[in-house]
Write a protein of this length. Structure first.
Length: 63
């Protein structure tokens, strides 16, 4: 379901609290890999689309 072009999408706010352990660190300096961060970003986008559209559809683009 897409919003009509002349209709402004309401602002949405979502947060996610995650504890990353030493087991998640794969690089020197105890860095977390980027794929883990992108997965969390995708989880937040899914939460926002559920709140706005009421559906867990695929996001076509990040604006």
């Amino acid at each position: 379901m897409t919003a009509p072009q002349d209709e402004e999408t309401p602002a949405a706010d979502a947060s996610l609290r995650v504890r990353m352990s030493q087991a998640d660190a794969h690089y020197g300096g105890s860095l977390i890999d980027g794929a883990s961060i992108l997965r969390l970003f995708g989880d937040l986008v899914t939460e926002i689309t559920v709140r706005i559209d009421g559906d867990e559809g695929l996001l076509s683009e990040y604006a």
